[in-house]
Design a protein around this ligand. Sequence first.
Ligand code: SF4
Length: 406
Amino acid sequence: MTDPIQQAPTIQGWCPGALRPMMSGDGLVLRIRPVAARLTQSQALGLADLARRFGNGLIDFSSRGNVQLRGVSTQGHPDLIAALAALGLVDETPKAEAQRNITVSPFWTQQDQTVDVSAQVVKVMSQREAPVLPSKFGVAIDLGPTPVLQDISADIRVERDAEGSLLLVANGMARGMTCHIDHMADHLQKLAAWFVAAGGVTGGRGRMARLIANGTVPDGFDQTPRQVQDPATRFVPSVVLVGAMVGFDFGQTDWKTLTALAEIGPLRITPWRMIIVEGARQMPHVAGLITDPQDPMLWVTACTGKPGCLQALQPTRPLGRALAPHLQGPLHVSGCTKGCAHPKAAEMTLVATATGFDFIRQGRADDTPTLRSLTAADLCAHPNLLSAKEPNAQPDALPYPMNERL
Ligand code: SF4
């Protein structure tokens, strides 16, 4: 239930792009959407250099596998766009950029059709006659042997059925439509057009799962059962089939670390705000990385907070860092009730207020708090306030079986 006491933050209703950046407390934020979530070495080196020259040197990774530059000035924006275009990292128009909302499994291989399917989806979504979709409407391409993106926000999903065939899914449905790759783009376009025609968009916003939950379902998309992602799977730093996956505190790095990683190999951006250094067979020895799968900072999600975000009511990351060693489960620290860094329910959420933090157990940042008006000092002095378990219980071993199979 949404908490009525908290003052509602401003909902922008759109995501920043490179061509249409968003103003934040530390300057413009530009979101760059690399094709197939992959940066070649020269693109990654170039991007790190641009973050240093045009931004504040910090680089964020988003939960859709995108990259953000921060702290860019309005005056510097045109030159930055020209430099990004030279790297092949911007679309032709803001509309094309906004519609290219595609998340791919970062574990894709040359054989699993991700690159082909991704190219088809881009083509369909950028056609002039493509339906006008809400800014947050997205497609997830998840073509490994078992799904890994089912926790990631998307409205249309391309997965595999139990026989290994491509399965087109309207998000929110337990079944999908099996289809051949030659017909996939056509069916995807029809599904997107159905979403609009069926009333999925109101005031420029709307999500497929909400429409489906209201009992409106598309014909032909309830044929084949989906495979279900193992809910215990937790993605943590490790060496996987396609490279070495490394993490960063709060999913943020700086230009120096990005440069060092790019010198090792091409980079894939994961929707878990980590990076895979393609081809690496051991963890890179680079400062500023999380390489230990048991690092407590992996439990913490925190948005930019104050002063980087104009809507933030308190700093978030210093508190998250201070609490990390005491955690026995995931913690989301949010600078306001919008909950940008973790829009879904979390086991534990701290939401900034004008005077401190409210605590929500198993809810979203805009849910009714369990405890109110905690100060950062209270929380640091008594971290057991957040304990999800009995006070003397031992933490579970972190489950990370998936990585061993990838
Ligand atoms: S959740 Fe955080 S980043 Fe999002 S608007 Fe609120 S303070 Fe800003």
